[in-house]
Write a protein that binds this ligand. Structure first.
Ligand code: WT7
Length: 631
């Protein structure tokens, strides 16, 4: 992809310019640096009014040929995946491109032997072990659609995701190691599957070694199955617009939706954005600390680095175990050159000891990346100075599950750095700001962030419900993709993301719908109603604040608080547990019965003196009770 690599500000300007005047020519050139089984007939067809986007129409390809086969001749012996285990005492694993190719083919043959076919959905509920990346690629090899569910989600969340897309097979492990703890995986699948009639087979990888029950006729040990197959598995030629994967994400309403990405466009954009944002050179060691259960892991642990023939570090553990220098140790151990993590991790490591990174010179590091939530200036400077020793570029990458790849970011050390600013749009990305009515704002402005033109890895649909996709993203401002974020643009055209403007909160970089948490809380038999908002949290970015009305019979509020937390953990998972619960006798509602979240947000933020107009409330007295009872 070298000819499309941006190496200077002039290159960036030229690429951006061309991407606006001749988008089809521009993206055709980018796409031509990949391997296609047969060329596309048309570059782009789109109609945002219908939420329709198609790229490289008629082209045929397999993304794993681009991630694996294509590299065998030149860098077959080079490390593709460098796996670092949870426990530093266990040895790391270097998997070369050749070995990865072989292991993916074997895994793909296991899937085939279980009857998995092109277009079938396969659910992956696994720890960060090599088998997860291998399973992702094995699905792609045979054209099965992977749906990775983060290992922290509950059985109930797993049921919803498996059933929504009717998965036929689940790959899991006995358990999941997380720092000093281990958490169950197979038992969660066991709890889910009685409610998931579409699942015929469960493949179980060994990870923690804990005993699990195996149901005959359904559950198989992966290691046994791998012995039954050979390593020859030709890649399935896929249409550009065939789905590659589904990834569930939360919105402001209803249950999580299955964001669908397709083979051709996603490949082109994951590869292109990786190359230009991270500016990797041959023999670089790239480390993204995300979990493959999120889009960041899909695009920048698995697909992006492998498309570019780079070594990708995959880390099973957590930043703070055995101690909060683990990241720096791993960077030195493996000579990591680009390091990509989330502001939450940065803030928690900063809090664990401002000077801790100073004992680690980390001479290999060239670039630091941030993703998932706004990075505050203090954290940005600490990252730049303490971790990067002021000699590494810092890129703040803004994007979403729906965008498939990074849309706003610095490009290596090419573009100027501005703390807390995500920066400039990548070539091909027409980010604009609009006001509430949808009028475009020009120059320095603050508004709603929209995208005015399709890009190759744009969301294609929400699984099983295209209308939901249209309503969610393309209906608010007709003719535009609406991100759900508010942003500011400065005089240099740099964007600074303010945060979500909808009822979605961002806790430690994880997207959580307030309605989902409310629904979970309301499942508790003694809860009448609840309202959930975000509030600023020093480490997590945002915390979850729940206002809860309970039945009069309950006077043991501390016990009830714990039960509410347990209910949310059971229904969604630990990542959605409320940080604060305030019991109230009423919620601030308008006469039409709508909860005035604005007031609740102010209370949660502790800004009791700026509640604004409360005269339209049905019962203004509840405000006093709520403000005086703030926890
Ligand atoms: C939401 C998307 C993109 C992968 C991880 C999250 C927020 C993401 C940034 C950033 C400020 C950011 C936005 C966005 N977000 N990156 N660099 N600066 N905010 O993916 O779970 O789909 O969440 O995360 O609010 O809409 P996601």
């Amino acid at each position: 992809m070298s000819e499309l690599r941006i190496r200077s500000m002039a290159d960036y300007r030229a690429a951006y310019q061309r991407s606006t005047t001749d988008p089809e020519g521009f993206w055709a050139d980018v796409a031509a640096s990949f391997h296609w089984r047969s060329p596309w007939a048309k570059v782009l067809e789109w109609d945002f009014a219908k939420a329709d986007t198609k790229w490289f129409i008629g082209g045929r390809l397999n993304i794993t040929e681009n991630c694996l086969d294509r590299h065998l001749a030149e860098r077959g012996e080079m490390t593709a995946l460098l796996w670092e285990p949870n426990d530093p005492a266990q040895s790391s694993e270097h998997i070369s491109y050749r070995q990865l190719h072989e292991r993916v083919c074997r895994m793909a043959n296991v899937l085939k032997r279980q009857g998995v076919k092109k277009g079938d959905r396969v659910c992956l509920y696994m720890p960060m072990i090599p088998e997860l990346a291998i399973s992702v690629l094995a699905c792609a090899r045979i054209g099965a659609i992977h749906s990775v569910v983060f290992g922290g989600f509950s059985a109930n969340s797993l049921v919803d995701r498996i059933n929504d897309s009717q998965c036929v097979l689940v790959i899991t492990s006995d358990g999941i190691r997380r720092g000093a703890k281990s958490i169950p995986a197979k038992p969660v699948v066991d709890e889910a599957l009685p409610s998931c009639p579409s699942v015929k087979t469960v493949l179980v990888a060994k990870c923690t070694g804990e005993a699990v029950s195996m149901r005959s006729g359904r559950d198989l040990w992966l290691e046994d199955e791998l012995k039954q197959v050979d390593a020859d598995c030709p890649a399935e030629p896929m249409d550009s617009e065939d789905p590659l994967f589904i990834l569930y994400t939360s919105g402001s309403t209803g249950k999580p939706k299955g964001v669908v990405h397709t083979c051709g466009g996603y490949m082109v954009y994951a590869g292109y954005s990786f190359a230009n944002v991270f500016q990797c050179e041959e023999n670089d060691v790239f480390w993204c600390t995300a979990d493959i259960g999120w889009i960041t892991g899909h695009s920048y642990i698995v697909y992006g680095p492998l498309l570019n023939g780079v070594t990708s570090v995959m880390f099973e553990g957590v930043p703070t175990w055995p101690d909060p220098t683990r990241f720096w140790q791993v960077i030195e151990k493996h000579g990591v050159t680009q390091f990509y993590t989330a502001p939450t991790a940065i803030r928690s490591l900063m809090a664990a000891g401002h000077d801790l990174p100073s004992s680690f010179a980390m001479p290999s590091l060239k670039l630091l990346g941030s993703v998932g939530e706004p990075i505050n200036e203090e954290a940005w400077h600490w990252y730049h100075e303490q971790v990067g020793k002021k000699r590494c570029a810092v890129v703040d990458t803004w994007w979403q599950t729906e965008t498939g790849g990074i849309l706003l970011s610095g490009l290596g050390s090419i573009t100027p750095m501005k703390p807390a600013h995500a920066g400039l749009p990548l070539p091909g990305i027409r980010t604009i700001l609009v006001d509430q009515q949808g009028n475009e704002l020009h120059g320095e402005a603050e508004g709603y962030l929209c995208i005015d033109f399709p890009w190759p890895s744009a969301i294609r649909t929400t699984w099983g419900d295209h209308e939901r996709c249209r309503l969610n993203y393309f209906a608010q401002y007709p003719g535009r993709y609406f991100t759900g974020d508010g942003a500011k643009r400065d005089a240099d055209g740099f964007f600074r993301i303010i945060g979500r403007v909808d009822d979605v909160i961002n806790v430690s970089g994880h997207r959580i719908g307030t309605a989902e948490v409310e629904n979970a809380i309301d499942e508790h038999p003694d809860i009448v109603e609840s309202a959930v908002v975000g509030y600023p949290h020093d480490i997590k970015g945002q915390g979850i604040y729940a206002f809860v009305i309970c039945d009069h019979v309950r006077t043991d509020k501390d016990a009830l608080r714990n039960e509410v937390i347990a209910t949310v953990e059971r229904i969604i998972g630990k990542i959605a547990r409320p940080d604060k619960i305030q019991f109230v006798s009423g919620l601030p509602k308008t006469r039409s019965g709508k909860i005035m979240r604005r007031i609740l947000r102010k209370v949660a933020e502790g800004e009791m003196n700026s509640l604004g107009d409360t005269s339209t409330l049905l019962d203004p007295a509840v405000v006093e009770e709520i403000t005086s009872g703030r926890v």
